[in-house]
Ligand binder design. Structure first.
Ligand code: XMP
Ligand code: MG
Length: 178
């Protein structure tokens, strides 16, 4: 499928399934090497990262746990700018090495919030893996450590990312056709 229609908008394929798969393997390889010998808590940020988190996590070989937290700062196709709290953290992360798994980093605001809250909870080290980064929109001070693809400021869906809840099941990443 080169083109899909979700609700009222058309999207064209942007990063193909195979490219994503190769990149996810490469990122997992880097994490395995960098964090060798450490015990890690992977934290997927819901909802968008569920697919990336599953694929990345199954390629990791570290002694680790995986959990998911919820935090939303986006509605429709433009950032709302408001900050939300991390919810659902039951695992003990005090003194632990944490790897946050994000679908996309846009302005970097969300990442900053997450990072601050995890450090408040006592995480010893917080690393961040994101499938996508929009460098032209990024204004944050917390940079992701592992980036799959740098992309322009287009709205993207697929592979977990949504347009008003739709499109998460697409195996490739699509961008809005304007
Ligand atoms: P910030 O600006 O805080 O935004 O880095 C990160 C969050 O915004 C969402 N986001 C998107 N979601 N397509 C989406 O489906 C996009 O192109 C997009 N850009 C940002 C996403 O939830 C991310 O966690
Ligand atoms: Mg979203």
């Amino acid at each position: 499928m080169d083109r899909v229609r979700l609700i009222d908008k058309d999207f064209g394929v942007f990063i193909a399934e195979k490219e994503i798969k190769e990149k996810v393997e490469a990122l997992a390889g880097m994490i395995n090497t960098d964090l060798e010998g450490e015990e890690v808590v992977f934290i997927g940020i819901l909802n968008g990262s569920f697919m990336f988190a599953a694929d990345l996590y199954r390629r990791t070989t570290l002694k680790s746990q995986l959990t998911f937290l919820k935090l939303a700062s986006y509605s429709g196709t433009s950032s709302t700018g408001e900050v939300k709290k991390l919810i659902g953290l039951n695992e003990q992360i005090r003194g632990k090495t944490v790897v946050v798994i994000e679908d996309i980093v846009d302005t970097g605001r969300t990442l900053e919030d997450i990072s601050i809250q995890l450090k408040e909870q006592g995480a010893a080290m917080v690393r961040i893996a994101t499938l996508l980064l929009k460098p032209d929109a990024f204004r944050g001070s917390v940079r992701p450590d592992y980036v799959g693809f740098e992309i322009p400021n287009d709205f993207v869906v697929g592979y977990g990312l949504d347009y008003n809840g739709f499109g998460r099941n697409l195996p490739s990443v699509y961008k809005l056709i304007t």
